[in-house]
Write a protein that binds this ligand. Structure first.
Ligand code: WTA
Length: 630
C-alpha cells in the first residue's frame, strides 16, 4: 500500500504534509478508493456552525470499496473468522466472496421489506457475523444503521428507536454470554411497547422460545431464503449519513453521533492500515463489541476496507476460564490483538498460569483502547502477552472522532508506557487552559482540543444540531473539544489523563452521570441523587452514587438492590453503581449546584482537605457524608 508509513521519518514527513497541505494529503489517500464520481473539493469547513464536508459532491458506496474494489484479488481470503462463545462449538469462516453474497442477500431482503436509502435501521444483536452482515447490508442499500449494544435495556433501546425514528430492528432470539443464555428478542418486544417499527428480523442463534408478531416479525433465514446473492450498490453522496451511534454525554439522554460515508471510509481504513501495520495474511482480532464505535471502525469497516481478516468473538474473556483469549490467539494464530485495559487488568488478576498453557508466538502487535492504560497493566501486557517483543499501540479516540487519533504507529513510533504518544497524520491537536488559551511547547497539561477537521469526524448529533455545536464546538471557540484532559511531556508525547467533564468511563464504557442519576431518581423512595466516578482497580472507574432516600419500610440493603434493579431496567446492567451511599443531604452551593469535586474526593477516599467549602449552603453536610462512608 502506497499510503503506508514505514519509518519514523516517513511518519514525520507525512504528518508535516497533512498539516501544511491537508487537502492534497487527503486527496492522495482517497485516491486509492473507488469513487463513482470524484469530489469537486476535498474539504469545506467551519467549526462555528459546525459545518464540515469532506470529498464534496463525490459519489460512492462504502461496500463497493470493501467488495468490488478488491474482489478479484482477495475473494477467497477469509474476511471474518467467527469464534463462538462455547469453545466446543464449531466456528465459522466467511471469505470475502461469501461475505459479499451474504450481504447482498440480506440487502435484498431488507429491500423486499420496503427498507431503502435514508431509512433508519436499529441493529440489536449478539456478536455473530450476521451483525456485521446487517451493518454492511444497510450500507449497501443506503439505509442508515444504528447499532445498539445488546446489553442495553428495553427502555434504552426504545429511546434510541424513537430518537432516530427507526423503520426496522434487526435482532436475534438470544445471546450466549459465558455460561448464560440471554433473551434478546424479548427485550425488543418490551421496547416495542414504548416504540414502534414496521419490521423486525430475527436471527436464530440460541433457539430459545420467542414470540413473533404476525406481519411485523420475520426470521432471518426465511427472509433471505429466496433472495439473490447479487445486489447493486446504492450510489451515496460522500456526506450522506452512514450510521448513527448513540453515546453518553455529560447532560441528558445519550446523543446520536452521526458519521457520513466518504470521510469515515477513508479515515477508518487509513488509520487501521497505519496504526496496526497490518500485513497481508495476518489475522487481526479486536475484542470489542460491534455495539461500540471500536466495533464499527476496527472490527467491521476499517479491517474489511483494508482486505484484512477480522476475527469476531462472541464470548467473554473468562469463560470457560481466564485462558480463553489466549486459547483463541493460539487456535487462530492471531497476529494483531486489540483489547481494552479493563480486560487486561481483569485477566492480570488471574496471574500468568492461564497464559502459559498457550503458544502466543503468532502475536506481532498489541493494541489498547477505551480508557487510559495504567503503567502496571501496560507492562503486564507487554511482558506476558507480548513476550517483550510486541509493540503496544495505545490508541486514543472517541465515538465522535470515528477513528484513532493519537497512537503509536506499530513498530515505528517508540512507545512509552501509558502514553498514546503522537497524533496520526491529519490530526491537529491543541492543549488549552481553562480560558481557552493554547498552551504551546512541551511539558504542559490542559484540556485536549482539535483545531482542524479530519475526515472521520462527527458531523452532527442526530435531530439536534445545536446540541452538537454546544457540546463540542462552543467551549473553546473555533475548536473541537474532546472532554479529555491531557499532558504533553518533555518529549512532546501525549498522555491522556481522562475525562474532565461529567462523563465516567467504566470498563471502557461511557456513562453520563446525569443519565445514571435520572435512572436512580425514578425510584419512588429516592428524593435526590448525585453520581461520580472513582478509581477502580479493574474497571478503571467505578460508579459511586450518593442517594437521599426515604428509608421507611426499607433496609438500606433492600433499597440498594431495588435501585440497582431500576438502573438495569432503565439503562442496562453496565450502569449499576459499584457503591451506593445513603446521605442526609448533598453538598450544594447557594445557587443549588452540587459540588461534585467534594463528592469525588469522598468517593476516592481522600477524606481530609476538602478544599474551599465556604460557598456551601450547609457545610455540615460534608461532615455527615464523610461520617457515613463505609
Ligand atoms: C477514553 C472509545 C485514554 C477517553 C474509542 C475518550 C481513552 C473516551 C483512550 C471515548 C486511550 C479512549 N487512552 N483514554 N487510549 N481511548 N479513551 O466514545 O476518555 O467509547 O474521551 O470511544 O474514552 O470513549 P468512546
Amino acid at each position: 500500500m502506497s499510503d503506508r508509513i514505514h519509518t519514523l521519518s516517513g511518519y514525520l514527513y507525512e504528518y508535516q504534509k497533512s498539516v501544511t497541505q491537508p487537502e492534497e494529503f487527503w486527496a492522495r489517500i482517497a485516491d486509492s478508493f473507488h469513487w463513482r464520481k470524484r469530489w469537486s473539493k476535498v474539504l469545506k469547513w467551519n467549526f462555528e456552525e459546525p459545518d464540515v464536508k469532506w470529498f464534496v459532491d463525490a459519489k460512492l458506496n462504502i461496500t463497493e470499496n470493501i467488495f468490488e474494489r478488491h474482489l478479484f484479488t482477495i475473494g477467497d481470503r477469509p474476511a471474518i473468522i467467527w469464534e463462538a462463545n462455547d469453545p466446543n462449538e464449531a466456528g465459522r469462516t466467511l471469505t470475502y466472496k461469501e461475505l459479499f453474497h451474504e450481504v447482498n442477500r440480506f440487502a435484498n431482503a431488507l429491500k423486499s421489506k420496503g427498507i431503502g436509502k435514508g431509512d433508519k435501521v436499529i441493529i440489536y444483536m449478539p456478536m455473530v457475523p450476521e451483525a456485521a452482515i446487517a451493518m454492511l447490508a444497510c450500507a449497501r442499500i443506503g439505509a442508515i444503521h444504528s447499532v445498539v449494544f445488546a446489553g442495553f435495556s428495553s427502555s434504552a433501546l426504545a429511546d434510541r428507536v424513537n430518537d432516530c425514528g427507526a423503520k426496522a430492528i434487526l435482532t436475534a432470539d438470544g445471546n450466549f454470554r459465558g455460561s448464560k443464555k440471554i433473551a434478546v428478542k424479548a427485550v425488543v418486544d418490551e421496547a416495542l411497547e414504548k416504540s414502534e417499527v414496521e419490521t423486525v428480523i430475527v436471527y436464530e442463534r440460541t433457539q430459545q422460545e420467542v414470540s413473533m408478531k404476525e406481519g411485523r416479525d420475520f426470521w432471518w433465514h426465511e427472509v433471505i431464503a429466496e433472495e439473490s446473492q447479487e445486489c447493486a450498490p446504492e450510489e451515496m453522496d460522500s456526506e450522506d449519513m452512514l450510521f448513527i451511534l448513540y453515546t453518553s454525554g455529560s447532560t441528558g439522554k445519550p446523543k446520536g453521533v452521526v458519521h457520513t460515508t466518504g470521510g469515515y471510509m477513508v479515515y477508518s481504513q487509513y488509520s487501521f492500515d497505519n496504526v496496526f501495520q497490518y500485513s497481508e495474511g495476518d489475522v487481526y482480532w479486536c475484542t470489542a463489541d460491534v455495539g461500540w464505535i471500536t466495533g464499527h471502525s476496527y472490527i467491521v469497516y476499517g479491517p474489511l476496507l483494508a482486505g484484512a481478516t477480522t476475527l469476531m468473538f462472541e464470548g467473554v474473556p473468562t469463560f470457560p476460564d481466564a485462558g480463553r483469549f489466549w486459547q483463541v490467539v493460539e487456535k487462530h494464530q492471531v497476529n494483531v490483538f486489540y483489547t481494552a485495559p479493563t480486560a487486561i487488568r481483569a485477566l492480570q488478576a488471574y496471574g500468568t498460569e492461564p497464559i502459559q498453557k498457550y503458544d502466543l508466538s503468532s502475536l506481532k502487535v498489541l493494541g489498547s483502547v477505551g480508557e487510559p492504560i495504567n503503567e502496571e497493566a501496560w507492562h503486564w501486557y507487554h511482558t506476558h502477552i507480548g513476550r517483550g517483543k510486541c509493540p503496544i499501540v495505545d490508541t486514543w479516540w472517541q465515538t465522535e472522532t470515528g477513528g484513532i487519533m493519537v497512537s503509536p504507529i506499530a513498530g515505528i513510533t517508540p512507545t512509552k508506557p501509558a502514553f498514546a504518544t503522537l497524533p496520526l497524520p491529519g490530526v491537529q491537536l491543541c492543549i488549552v487552559d481553562p480560558e481557552g488559551n493554547e498552551l504551546t511547547g512541551n511539558s504542559v497539561e490542559g484540556n485536549l482540543c482539535i483545531k482542524f477537521p479530519w475526515p472521520g469526524m462527527i458531523r452532527t448529533t442526530y435531530g439536534d444540531h445545536e446540541r452538537c455545536k454546544q457540546t463540542y464546538f462552543s467551549t473553546y471557540k473555533g475548536m473541537y473539544f474532546t472532554g479529555d484532559g491531557v499532558k504533553r511531556d518533555h518529549d512532546g508525547y501525549y498522555r491522556i489523563l481522562g475525562r474532565v467533564d461529567d462523563v465516567i468511563n467504566v470498563s471502557g464504557h461511557r456513562m453520563g452521570t446525569a443519565e445514571v442519576e435520572n435512572a436512580i431518581n425514578e425510584h419512588p423512595k429516592v428524593i435526590e441523587s448525585a453520581v461520580v466516578g472513582y478509581p477502580h482497580e479493574v474497571k478503571g472507574q467505578g460508579i459511586y452514587a450518593y442517594v437521599i432516600a426515604d428509608l421507611t419500610n426499607r433496609t438500606e440493603d433492600n433499597l440498594m438492590n431495588e435501585i440497582k434493579e431500576m438502573i438495569s431496567k432503565i439503562i442496562g446492567p453496565i450502569a449499576k453503581p459499584d457503591k451506593i451511599q445513603f446521605v442526609p443531604g448533598l453538598p450544594k452551593t447557594r445557587s443549588g449546584k452540587i459540588m461534585r469535586r467534594i463528592l469525588r474526593k469522598v468517593a476516592e477516599g481522600s477524606l481530609d482537605n476538602m478544599g474551599d467549602t465556604s460557598t456551601l449552603l450547609d457545610p455540615d453536610v460534608v461532615t455527615k457524608i464523610i461520617e457515613g462512608k463505609k
